[in-house]
Design a protein around this ligand. Sequence first.
Ligand SMILES: [Zn+2]
Length: 446
Amino acid sequence: MEICTVGGYDEVGKNMTAIKVGEHVFLFDCGFYLPGVIELQEQGEINYTKQGLRRVGGIPDDRVLDKIGWRKKVKAIFLSHAHLDHVAGLPFLADRYPNATIYGTPFTMKVLESLINDSTVMVRNKRRVVQSNSTHKIPGVPNNIKVEFIHTTHSTIDSTFIVLHTPEGGFFYALDYKFDDTPTFGSPPNYKRLKELGNENIQLAVINTLYSAKKESNLSERDADNMLREAFDNARSKDKALFITTFSSHIERLNNIVKYASKTRREVIFLGRSLAKYVDCAMKVGKCPFQNKIRVIKYRRQVNSTLRKVEADRGRYVIVCTGHQGEEGSILDRISKGETPFRFRNGDNLIYSSSVIPTEVNIESRRMLDERFERMGVILQKNVHVHGHGSQESKKKLIRMVKPKVIIPSHGDKKQEKDLICVAEEMGYKLGKTSYLSTNGNVIKV
Ligand SMILES: [Zn+2]
């Protein structure tokens, strides 16, 4: 089989991988490169187009598939999970693969649908919603090629490993995952099936490299749950405002937040379009256990009128919102600049159930945001969070179970990818023979 590492092999984001078996090509993920997309926003472009996104490098540069003659052979597009750096590019590129069926789990496909509805583009491709832990034939492809979706834990629900079974061996796609044996919503990863794959001739694995250098074992969502309980305990003053911010696609975390927020006897309000969107998707696929415990406020005008009420009666609500990266125009950013009817006062509480995504822009915006809040006397609790990517131990565990013949690191820059190469080396893989460092647009035959 041949692999074309289309995107996400020189950066964190715009993930896309193509696999060619005989005359059939299969695509895995098609995501945004968020710094590029933010650049577009700053240029005032709200209605994204393929051209605009290409200009800023916001989507995978899949024109390489034209150059190598693969584009017209694409039979299916498989989505691993709902994060934007894995799915958000697809609405803009799907028309280049009119005969490809798009596959994904229920939540992932709902998020895709909502991204399509938000955009001005049409997607005509056939779509198939598949359950985790299921195997499927692919239309227009011989029966001895099949795709399998295997449940894993990560920082959004319905995340999967994808396996393409072919006569030339299996291709294993491991973006993104964290082995969490004690998740607080949903089941642990399907270890049983992963172990079986160890005897099923997995020829090639593309593995997420993030945190490969991190030696400590990764924390479970159970730990995040304990951290949250403590944070809510620390913020008990009855007449002070209480805000908490997290990743809007992290349904499991939101569920835990609502659990503790409800115990405060305050009304729990989710503010903003992004939270509204993911909560709506989770509800539609029956995976939003907290839906009756919250009120969701979506549009700017209603957000402002809600914030006016919070200003008047600050002890009455818990506000869940976005903006933890200090993103310009987010609710927290606007509050910090005095652009909403609500103003933080001395002793009000803000919990960050998040970490700063380590890019220069984010680090700086978040620093400035915190500074403004600290000047107002807001009590900030930071890093009430465990991240969603497995540490070194998780990578080793995966490799030991699945036993791929060849490994290619993905989802990182060269330095990060080398970290996984080192891990593989410790386990007997040899760079250039059984492990490869690739770059965007490169083709490797294995
Ligand atoms: Zn992810």
